[in-house]
Design a protein. Structure first.
Lengths: 268, 298
């Protein structure tokens, strides 16, 4: 198991995400922090030419934009427009204008069927590429995902991998309180998928799970922490919504830097 | 029209980008298409939301996917997939709804599609094709494939007399010339009207126009000339008034400053008696049968 991503790389992405949200004065940061490591691993470690990525949890668009920034696909000028008037970087991915965004998402339960279509295309044409779909855990309340589970198995879409960001919190409660699907792994296995459970903040483990291939569609259930890396946000539902104050932003930056042994200079 | 549709699709099956998804429908009808397309014919199961999402994914990868079901099941159940996945991205997915309007007759209200093209057109950027005759279907399929845009194909039952010489598929066609009135019809209701109008003496015949693609774009000059020259414009459609052809046409004529002298709109009314029956029964209940339509001409 290895990854070329260092904890400094991940911390820098986390700091850039905090900066972008702070400058924009917007919320939705908790689910972005939980998904960021997964997005970084998928884009830096797993995706190859011919692969496709679909962000089914569209509310983590900020983390996707920052990941694209780490790849040089978006620049600082673009990130400055996040959430502002006349931007392409809306809070949820746009349908057009960004070459790396295949689909507008934001309404949950769309990404997996779309990914099935991309995977089916590759299979019908005998193409090599794999399809990666990042989903939330609350999203499994949506029936369309269960339709897609059946379809992917029936069509033998072994080139499809769904990564589920299991942060345990959804819109108005914990996933256990709102619609308890535990254990999700058992349910997905019963639908004929290969399932692997990993620590979603262990980049090497996520990368290793992603590299494995089998005969069935795969789900990587990645346990994560909403608000990961910022003590006052971790596992707090309000950070699905709240914007950062200046004091809290500075505290968040200090914590992320300290955890990664980065010098306490300005963010970025 | 389902068999004509199957034949038309078999005719384009050699195009390698064509793929066909069905929501578990087509038994005793689509087998020839299944055989022609092979692995590109996919029974997606009774799961229309996923089916339309998959179709959008295929289209994003360069395919021309068709997704087929009974009309209400193909546009209403997966409406958000049509809105977000297909329309927002202008992907060339075609939804095919069999049995538009009251086509499924006594199967009942859940199987009818009375507001389908209003709902689809409201999203913008989607072409709606409504063949009136079996002979229209191949032309409609070719027209859809001729443009890289989302489309909804509303199939029905060809009701024209056997000996009627059906003109080639076009968005606008004048089926019968006359001076007593102007009738604009959308879809297979045209067939019954053709039969009834032919029985009228020449001086009592209305001009019968058929529109087969929505939104219909520019109004043909010859149609506007008929509206101006006749005392009464009647719009007929097996669809609710809201968002239908009649509303659109009334607005367009007002915007052009050429309102008709008299305007009648005959359209689906739902279930006035609360009873169910054949397609003909429901049409009669709504005054959509040929005799009732011609009675409006006075």
């Amino acid at each position: 198991m290895h990854t070329n991503l260092s904890r400094h790389d991940l911390a820098r992405a986390r700091l850039r995400l905090l900066q972008m949200h702070f400058e924009a004065g917007v919320g939705h940061i908790g689910g972005n922090l939980s998904a960021l490591d997964l997005l970084m691993v998928v884009h830096h470690e797993l995706m190859r030419p011919g692969d496709a990525f679909v962000l089914s949890k569209g509310h983590s668009a900020g983390a996707l934009y920052v990941t694209l920034w780490t790849l040089g696909r978006l620049d600082d000028e673009a990130l400055k427009t996040f959430h502002r008037d006349d931007t392409l970087l809306a809070a949820h991915p746009p349908p057009a204008g960004l070459a790396d965004v295949m689909f507008a998402t934001g309404s949950l339960g769309h990404g997996l069927p779309l990914s099935c279509g991309l995977a089916l295309s590759r299979k019908l044409r005998g193409e090599e590429g794999r399809v990666w779909c990042l989903m939330s855990d609350g999203e499994w309340n949506e029936g369309s995902n269960w339709e897609a589970l059946i379809f992917a198995r029936q069509q033998g879409l072994a080139n499809l991998t769904a990564i589920v960001d299991l942060n345990g919190l959804q819109g108005f409660g914990t996933t256990a309180e709102v619609a308890d699907l535990r254990p999700l792994a058992t349910k997905l296995r019963d639908f004929g998928w290969d399932v692997e459970e990993v620590d979603g903040h262990d980049a090497a483990a996520v990368a290793a799970a992603g590299r494995r291939e089998g005969a069935a569609p795969r789900a990587i259930l990645a346990t994560t922490t909403k608000g990961r890396g910022v003590s006052f946000m971790e596992d707090r539902m309000e950070w699905h919504y709240l914007p950062l104050t200046a004091d809290l932003y500075e505290q968040a930056v200090r914590e992320v830097r300290a955890a990664a042994d980065l010098p306490s200079a300005t963010a970025g | 029209m389902r068999n004509a549709f199957c034949e038309a699709m078999v005719g384009v099956a050699e195009k390698p980008e064509v793929a066909f998804l069905t929501g578990d429908l087509g038994f005793m009808a689509l087998e020839p298409l299944r055989d022609a397309l092979g692995r590109r014919f996919i029974n997606a199961g009774v799961a229309e939301q996923n089916m339309v999402g998959v179709a959008a994914g295929l289209a994003r990868a360069g395919w021309r996917p068709w997704a087929y079901s009974i009309a209400p099941f193909i546009y209403a159940r997966p409406y958000e997939q049509l809105r977000n996945d297909v329309a927002m991205h202008a992907l060339p997915v075609t939804l095919v709804g069999n049995g538009g309007g009251y086509g499924y007759g006594v199967m009942g209200a859940t199987h009818h599609a009375l507001e389908d093209y209003a709902a689809v057109l409201a999203l913008g950027g989607i072409r709606v094709l409504v063949p009136a005759f079996d002979s229209d279907v191949a032309g409609a399929v070719a027209s859809i494939l001729g443009q890289s845009r989302p489309a909804y194909l509303r199939l029905g039952l060809d009701g024209a007399p056997k000996d009627f010489e059906r003109p080639p598929f076009e968005p606008w066609r004048r089926l019968i010339a006359g001076e007593a009135a102007t009738i604009l019809v959308c879809g297979p209701l045209a067939g019954g009207l053709v039969g009834a109008i032919r029985d009228l003496p020449q001086e009592r015949r209305p001009s019968l126009w058929l529109v087969s693609e929505l939104p219909y774009g520019e109004l043909p000059e010859a149609f506007l000339a008929d509206v101006a020259a006749t005392p009464h414009l009647v719009v007929v459609e097996e669809h609710v008034a809201t968002g239908g052809v009649g509303e659109r046409l009334a607005r367009d004529l007002l915007l052009r400053g050429v309102p008709p002298r008299r305007f009648t709109h005959r359209h689906a009314l739902g279930y006035p008696s609360g009873r169910y029956g054949s397609q003909a029964f429901h049409r009669r209940e709504c005054g959509l049968d040929p005799a009732a339509i011609l009675a409006t001409l006075g």
